[in-house]
Design a protein around this ligand. Structure first.
Ligand SMILES: [Zn+2]
Length: 250
């Protein structure tokens, strides 16, 4: 059985090629690799070329500017230009979204407005090119959902979702997917999401390199999800693989 990691950041791993090889040996067939700023997006573009061999899992690139990585208007523009340049070669725009949890944002309306602008402009690109988006939301679940619905983008993954269940319900009603990480092993918020969301709306991921996870750890996410759903892991795997293929067109 082969598995797909739908969310990994490889740029700041010490040895991303080794992590990918290890994942390939562990039957990870595909990895969706997401950037967060100009430097990480450029690194992933290089890494995609370096790992284009059958011993590596298939590498699927998503480009984006994360709300926690906004610097200058110039860099924002360069990121958007990069996305536009590669729009026909990538599987998604991500990781993008809203995060008001940061100390330098929580009480700063200007910073929040900046995040909204950057998010909106990337949603507009996704709409223009018909690309799926991978959305990060923290302390801004309502706004992130409302902006995504307003954008008209239909293929959306709210990644590592930990929002309240009423907003989760609306997220699912809007036709969007949510993903869970290995935090499913211990996080009550993630477990509540996995219990509530139907299997045809769930994706599994690692958010590599968070907590030292690498793409092979997506098996841990699968096992935790199978336990919560009370289903054989093969059946859960078939379902989440299909969801990933449908959403990202893998
Ligand atoms: Zn991420």
């Amino acid at each position: 059985m082969k598995i797909i990691d739908t969310h990994a950041h490889l740029y700041d791993l010490k040895d991303p090629e080794a992590a990918l090889l290890e994942a390939g040996e562990a039957d990870v067939s595909d990895v969706v690799v997401l950037g967060v700023d100009l430097a990480s997006n450029e690194k992933h573009l290089e890494l995609e070329i370096k790992t284009a061999a059958s011993r590596y899992p298939r590498f699927h690139l998503a480009l984006g500017l994360h709300p926690g990585n906004i610097t200058t208007p110039q860099e924002t523009q360069m990121c958007l230009d990069l996305i536009r340049t590669y729009a026909t070669k990538i599987v998604a725009i991500g990781e993008i979204g809203l995060d008001y949890h940061y100390k330098w944002v929580v009480n700063d309306e200007k910073k929040k407005q900046e995040q909204r602008d950057v998010f909106r402009r990337q949603l507009m690109l996704a709409k223009e090119f018909g690309l799926p988006t991978v959305v990060h939301a923290r302390s801004a679940f309502r706004e992130a959902l409302d902006m995504t619905i307003a954008s008209g983008v239909k293929k959306v993954n709210f990644h590592w979702y930990t929002g309240p269940v009423d907003i989760l319900k609306e997220t699912l009603d809007a036709g969007f997917m949510v993903s869970v990480s290995p935090a499913l092993e211990y996080s009550p918020e993630a477990q509540a999401v996995a219990r509530y969301a139907p299997l045809d709306r769930l994706l599994i991921e690692t958010d590599t390199p968070v907590r030292g996870w690498t793409p092979k750890d997506v098996w841990r996410t699968l096992d935790a999800l199978a336990l919560i759903k009370g289903m054989p892991r093969e059946d859960v795997l078939d379902a989440v693989n299909l969801n990933a293929r449908n959403l990202f067109g893998l």
